[in-house]
Design a protein around this ligand. Sequence first.
Ligand code: C5P
Length: 230
Amino acid sequence: MGVVALVPAAGRGERLGYGMPKALVPVNGVPLLVRAVRGLLDAGCVQHVVIAAPPSDVNTVSTVTAPLAQAGGAVHVLAGGAERSDSVRLALEHAVREIPDTTVVLVHDAARAFTPPTVVKAVVDAVEAGHPAVIPVLPVADTVKLVDGSGRVVATPERSSLRVVQTPQGFDARVLLRAHESGLHATDDAGLVERLGVPVVTVAGHPDAMKITTRFDLAVAEALLAGERP
Ligand code: C5P
């Protein structure tokens, strides 16, 4: 089976306030995107990585990720779109068109740069076992409220049945393509697939697969890596 990972990395990352795309922000000298792609290739089951880069940074992203191809996978870089979902669709269309035998597609987030390879492998194994859509999840530590437009609480969902969702999300390539061609909208790819009525199953995520959004998150990542050689 051909496993292709799509990495939407075309966001401006303004919340980090670094004056550069978030994917290129270094942690201990290594850009988040490079760490994310390394994690995918280190899982040993991903043959191709397709990166959607900010259109003005395609050359820079190609240069910083080129050495990763030596880690055993091919790295493709293309210009991303206006929204995250556009970047995913462009990368998916590239994979289906240019990479023969694309059967399993992962959608990863460059901002989840510290996702352990074991999580990547667990997602791929579950898709290869026959599940058309697979997401890594963690239990929820906080109580979560549902509120109306004025902020008034309307419900308190049972915490034990809530999960937070991480990436990579894994799919049968045909199912993800159908979801992206459907014209439906959702905040993540599994949400799109759910709307088609396709069952989505979960595997265990990992706290290290946290999404780096703010300067606080970056500081946590730097603390995680204290002592690491770049
Ligand atoms: O902004 P946020 O962190 O939610 O973005 C999630 C991911 O989607 C990031 O890795 C970002 O680079 C990517 N993205 C993209 N194309 C866009 C906007 C965001 O690939 N137009």
